[in-house]
Design a protein around this ligand. Sequence first.
Ligand SMILES: [Zn+2]
Length: 365
Amino acid sequence: MASNIANNRNSFSSLANSNRCPQLRQRLADSAATPTVSSRPPQADGSSELSGRVGLTLEGIKDLLKRYWNEPAPQTTPQPASQPAPSSASSYSVRQGDSLWKIATATLGNGARWKEIWELNKDQITDPNRVFPGMVLKMPGAATPETPAAPAAPSKPAEPEGSGPLLKTGAKGDAVKKLQARLEELGFDPGGVDGNMGPNTATAVKKFQASKGLEADGIVGPNTWKQLGIRVEGSVSYPAASATPSNSSAQIDVGGPQPAVRRQGKLIGANIAQKFDAMVAAAKKDGVNLQIVSGYRTHAEQQALWNANPNPKFVARPGTSNHEKGNAIDFLDSAGAWSWLKRNSTRFGFHNYPVEPWHYSLNGG
Ligand SMILES: [Zn+2]
């Protein structure tokens, strides 16, 4: 018996040592050196391990098949993500039958990660297809380290986003002044920086809004402030309609060429009051509400407007304005007002100054 085995061994050895079958010789040498676990490395020339193995027993072929399937196969589809990755340890003791693929599958939940183990253990694994029982492998983390989130791109100093109180025609106060100053700065003439949001300012707002693709309604709301790019917290007030008797025939001396009377809480020349009243009544019948923005101005008021915007195209020189004479009224562009005025004002003795659709006076100046 023993001698038979010995003989067999000898014959095997002689076969293995012969040059007739170098692959088999290699295989047997491998088996002798590594009675384990490891499987054949992929052949560099891509040839199948099974090729040229004529003469192997069925057991041998089974063994080869088993080794073949245990080979690390980087191209293998990764394990489904739903398979929970077993908790990782920082090291792993190789057991009988292990391969890097099996270890990666068992410990990292993904056989394809065998390369990571190999990379960490190249000091002791010279051939990734050969790991030996008793080897203690350094192990990578259980999960592929997540790519650290890219630091947010340094935000460039943002354009100041504007904000401010809702402003519409008739508003008064610091916020209006700031609005007007900003409009001027941006090249939209507000007709002065006087803190009164009159028709000129509203028109400038509309032009600005149109230039930004906003609805040109002349009302400064959040979107318009945003585009204006300034933050404004100034005070705003709207003339209270009922603060003073809004209409009165009581004549008031304003230091101008004629006395004033109060209409809609504002001052207009006493000599245009009757025409004005008739026109307002007619407009009302047509469903149009004519609202005064500016009427009688004192010389000082006109001077202040001029100082803020010394442009004769938009502000009459002090001393020449029909507002100072009590003969002119600026109207709010409330629903249809300007177009109604354009069609009807002359019937009541008022004429438009063409450059300013809000401005009506006795002589059109
Ligand atoms: Zn005017």
